[in-house]
Design a protein around this ligand. Structure first.
Ligand SMILES: [Zn+2]
Length: 501
């Protein structure tokens, strides 16, 4: 009986509580092991087995000792990858950290990437591009973040019925169709946009649930806009983004309170506030920013019945209506010829791809690929397929308002694309979460996951779903790609970066 109980507990440990509660998994595994061990200790072996000599009692410790080298012999990436996806495999993270050390030798950096693999602190700032798309003197930019809006929502024509206003707005925009987010979590993405630095380039405080760069002293792009006379107002439903934390350089910060039982304030509250603020604005440059949390799991802000995707799409519909109302207000207030609208998501959302639900857990394309489109005066609508990153947004906003970008920002301005040009941008497209670092180099995506002890290389052209890991088969070329990932993030790591408990 205890044996069966232990076995079922361990089975449940692998299946339930997916993607969360690491401590609980360890607790459950220990209990399951104790129950099974106790049951085996009581076992009276039948027949000839019961009369085995005493020496055989030493067999279990002998087997354990004999299998110890497995800790030090590095299993293939394929094995590590499969192991690390099993929730109950509680020994994998410590083994990854202490047993399966990762070393890929010295990276050979391609010449065009070299400037981005060096410390950039003391280089000259990058001047605004010329000529301006529109006069910065009275420019209004409205930046709308939509939580969890996957890029491929716009690839499915059937979604147009849920998001008619967003589909239509995208038609009027420069659509940066191949945009990636610097991380898969709200606060890490916006922090990277504000500072131009990736996750380990920042100083974090708080814990796993309440992460913030409150303590980080590095320059954020709004500080430069403020100096240039741009008025900035934010409407936020998520504490770590508000004026007390990330948006400290904004002039105005309005909290969007949650209503009846919701975890976050929604677009139905945030957008009317933003529209009211827009209507009040007179002359002079203005930046308005909001991040709409409607579609953040558990997908219950519009519908509480129906399947996960159905409820998610209903929330997208609610966001769509709010953005439609904003577009109408720009028209009604006669602000069309001085107002740009940037629509962007902070990350995608997993619906079972790579065994992932929700977001934050990894850096695969379903979490990293995001929509980005920019509309407004002087902008000719088109689709840009040059790869871009949300880290480009800081330099883009600075450029739009005619302010130089500090050299240590790891993004590049997208304003030339708005003018109809096709520059070749050289900065790497990267993404990072605690312990997981990734670069996209051309069509190749490279992931080094030190937390879970695995390395992955995918050919995105042939394998867009990231299903065939080439890390074990690419030899020296693969080792160099992995070394490039390590070098890029090591070069730009903040001396004050500490992993968050
Ligand atoms: Zn988010």
């Amino acid at each position: 009986m205890p044996f069966l109980l232990g076995l079922s507990l361990q089975l449940a440990n692998n299946v339930l509580l997916s993607a969360d509660y690491r401590g609980l998994h360890i607790f459950a595994a220990l209990n399951a092991a104790s129950l099974i061990a106790a049951a085996l200790g009581e076992l009276k072996l039948p027949g000839v087995l019961g009369r085995l000599p005493r020496a055989t009692r030493f067999a279990p410790p002998f087997v354990l000792l004999a299998s110890a080298p497995a800790v030090f012999i590095q299993p293939s990436n394929l094995v590590r990858q499969q192991l690390s996806r099993v929730e109950g495999a509680v020994l994998v993270p410590p083994l990854a950290r202490f047993g399966w050390g990762v070393s890929h030798g010295t990276a050979k950096v391609p010449p065009e990437l070299q400037p981005w693999f060096e410390n950039r602190d003391n280089l000259d700032p990058i001047a605004p591009s010329k000529p301006p798309v529109v006069s910065a003197k009275d420019l209004i930019v409205i930046m709308i973040g939509v939580d969890s809006m996957r890029a491929d929502l716009f690839d499915k024509p059937a979604n147009q019925k849920h998001m008619p206003r967003l589909f239509e707005l995208r038609e009027r925009s420069v659509d940066f169709a191949l945009t990636r987010s610097p991380g898969a979590r709200t606060i890490t993405t916006w922090s990277a946009i504000f500072t131009g630095r990736y996750y380990s380039g920042l100083q974090w405080s708080g814990d796993g649930n309440h992460l913030s760069i409150k303590a980080d002293k590095q320059l954020r792009f709004p500080a430069l806009l403020g100096k240039a006379g741009v008025t900035m107002a934010t409407f936020t439903a998520y504490g770590a983004l508000d004026k007390k934390a990330l948006a400290k350089d904004f002039n105005e910060g309005t909290k969007v309170p949650p209503r009846d039982g919701q975890q976050f304030g929604l677009s139905t509250e945030a957008m009317p506030m933003l529209i009211e603020r827009l209507a009040k604005h007179d002359d002079g440059p203005l930046l308005l920013w909001t991040h709409l949390m409607d579609a953040h799991y558990p997908y219950d802000s519009v519908k509480t019945s129906g399947g996960v995707k159905e409820r998610f799409m209903a929330e997208m519909g609610q966001v769509d209506a709010a953005i439609g109302a904003l577009d109408d207000a720009i028209e009604a207030n006669g602000l069309r010829d001085r107002t740009m609208v940037i629509v962007v998501a902070d990350h995608g959302e997993g619906f079972g791809e790579h065994g992932t639900k929700y977001h934050t857990m990894n850096v695969y394309e379903e979490l990293i690929r995001v929509p980005l489109f920019i509309s407004g005066p002087g902008i000719k609508p088109r689709r840009v397929t040059e790869p871009t990153t949300l880290v480009d947004l800081g330099p883009t906003l600075l450029d739009l308002y005619g302010v130089p970008t500090p050299s240590r920002f790891l993004g590049q301005s997208l304003v030339p694309f708005l003018r109809g040009e096709n520059p070749k941008l050289t900065r790497p497209i990267a993404a990072e979460r605690q312990g997981t670092r990734s670069l996209v180099l051309g069509e190749t995506k490279v992931i080094v996951d030190t937390a879970r002890g695995r390395e992955e290389i995918y050919d995105l052209a042939a394998d867009p779903e990231e299903a065939v890991n080439l890390a074990d088969s690419l030899g020296a070329e693969g080792q160099n790609l992995l070394a490039l990932v390590e070098l890029f993030f090591d070069t730009h790591q903040s001396p004050l970066y500490r992993p968050v408990p």
